[in-house]
Write a new protein. Structure first.
Length: 102
């Protein structure tokens, strides 16, 4: 893993929060409200019409297992993962970004 990817992993570990995935395991991620730019880069306008708001996003380690359709539980509320993308630095996976909504 590259030095930059390791720094990102460390930031997620230090500043992230635990969310429950599929009711069985915990994943550490930095959670934020998904911006319109992020949403428009990942979804079509028709896709976005079908999702409730707000839509959330989270950054997690690249080696975490997280897939579209998985359920996320955070602060007592349940959500469905709509999209997961892996961001790379060079050829090395650095982090995963997941977007979810109710």
């Amino acid at each position: 893993m590259s030095t930059r990817a390791e720094r990102l992993r460390s930031l997620v570990k230090r500043h992230g929060e635990d969310v429950t995935v599929n009711g069985t395991r915990t994943v550490r991620m930095v959670v934020f409200v998904a911006t319109s730019g992020l949403l428009r880069s990942l979804f079509t306008d028709n896709d976005l019409l079908g999702f409730s708001r707000p839509m959330w996003a989270g950054v997690t380690a690249a080696d975490e297992v997280l897939n579209e359709g998985d359920s996320i539980s955070r602060d007592g509320a349940g959500y469905t993962v709509r999209r997961v993308v892996t961001l790379k630095i060079g050829n090395a996976p650095a982090v995963k970004v997941a977007v979810w909504s109710r």
